[in-house]
Write a protein that binds this ligand. Structure first.
Ligand code: IMP
Ligand code: MG
Length: 189
């Protein structure tokens, strides 16, 4: 495993290894299997970023479940949010009366998850919960709790395991963060 990668002439250092991620994914799935043992939840992956996390998580789920996807507009090529969210692909399932579990790669400003929550709540689900692999808690402005969080991380730009930089490097197996970040805080699970 590389201890760093170079993307667009910028250096990113290893932050969360494949093993660390997989251990945490198994723990999150364990909690979900327990919490949903009497239900048939619909897991909704948010494209594009969550596709790898979603695929790993869902294969650890042992309860009856369904899957669907929403696609939101991306960051473009920048490292900061465009500040607005657009729906690029809607759901294909009936949400009313169902137990919904949204699967996100990362919650940063919270704008996307806030948008998703409002969109889905309009359809009257029986319950609505969120699982996110990464959470930049200190900069997030959401006014509802995130039910399952893989790792709380400082507000730094991270890539890999589904997360892109200008659409690239989603295929990296580990998560890397921009080198020289002032904040040396470790991820917390
Ligand atoms: P939010 O709306 O600001 O919470 O950001 C949500 C989306 O922005 C995520 O689902 C990611 O696709 C993207 N994003 C946020 N932070 C990062 C990052 O550090 N690296 C790559 N993508 C990110
Ligand atoms: Mg995303």
């Amino acid at each position: 495993m590389n201890d760093h990668v170079i993307v667009n002439n910028e250096r990113f250092d290893l932050y969360l290894s494949e093993e660390q991620i997989h251990r945490r994914v198994r723990e999150l799935a364990g909690q979900l299997n327990e919490d949903y043992k009497d239900n048939v939840p619909i897991f909704i992956g948010i494209l594009n970023g969550s596709f790898i996390f979603f695929a790993d998580l869902i294969r650890q789920i042992t309860v009856d479940c369904e899957v669907d996807f929403l696609k939101l507009s991306s960051y473009g090529d920048a490292k900061i949010s465009a500040g607005q969210v657009r729906l690029l692909k809607d759901l294909n399932c009936q949400v009313e009366g169902r137990d919904i579990v949204v699967v996100e790669d990362i919650v940063d400003s919270g704008l996307s998850i806030d948008f998703i929550k409002k969109l889905i709540s309009r359809e009257n689900p029986r319950s609505f919960r969120v699982v996110t692999l990464l959470f930049k808690k200190s900069v997030s402005k959401i006014d509802f709790p995130l039910d399952y969080v893989g790792f709380e991380i400082p507000p730094e730009f991270v890539i890999g395991y589904g997360l892109d930089y200008a659409q690239k490097v989603r295929n990296l197996r580990s998560i890397y963060r921009l080198s020289g970040s002032k904040n040396q805080e470790k991820p917390r699970s």
